[in-house]
Design a protein around this ligand. Sequence first.
Ligand code: KIV
Length: 281
Amino acid sequence: MKKNARKIAKYKAEGRKIAALTAYDYPSAKFIDEAGIDIILVGDSAANVVLGYESTTKITIDEMLIFTAAVSRGAKNALITADMPFLTYNISFEKALENAGKFIQAGADAVKIEGGSDYIIELTKKLTDSGIPVMAHLGFTPQYVNTIGGNLIQGKNFETTLKILEAAKKLEAAGAFSIVLEMVPKESAAFITKNLAMPTIGIGAGAACDGQILVLNDLIGKFDDFSPKFARKYFDSKAIIIDAASRYIEDVRMGSFPNNEESFQLSDEERCKLENYTQTK
Ligand code: KIV
């Protein structure tokens, strides 16, 4: 059955952990939906793991809309959340609402926006009031990497943890249905989780979060430029793709691909005509 933001938000009170993964294409979305995933995030991590950009700040809204539409065609049950890319929601409320609307029209059920500034809190309210569920994102927020000064763990002491909690509470009051906590020490994430009514979805934030999210390409070993400490590889796609491609290359070079079963064939009568024609030449 199709999941919605309200249902996901209730999982916390029911004590049901939320399993989320990213996906960017139709077949992956279809398969992880079949596996029973709760949330599919069309993450701007697509910038790195699909498009080969060095930073998530490089991906455009048009690229993200194509991925979102493909995922929505594949997933019938999971809540589809689209990551709004860099500067598509920070320039003005009007532009942000217009861009968020594009993601909903492309098939997303919700959007994710990073940060906890007054502007983001106000925007969360405006989006929610407009009928667009919002997933918040605090801790390390990759779109702010240049102002943060690198991929740095956030909430490393009491004061900074409290700051994250305060911003999260405001986002919750503004209507966010859940919040991603990225690269936060597990004790800090547990404290934030305990003090929020909305579910926390952790990535590099320990097991006490109400749910977990991973980048699918890390999970299946389909990206090896870098591997974050918090990622768990369940499958080695790289090895499997290299093995399959190597065997295919060998078969092509040896002439053993394609075989008869993999080829279309003429009827005996038509084949004879060709052979006779060749013989008369
Ligand atoms: O873009 C993404 O994949 C994300 C997750 C890491 C939460 O934002």
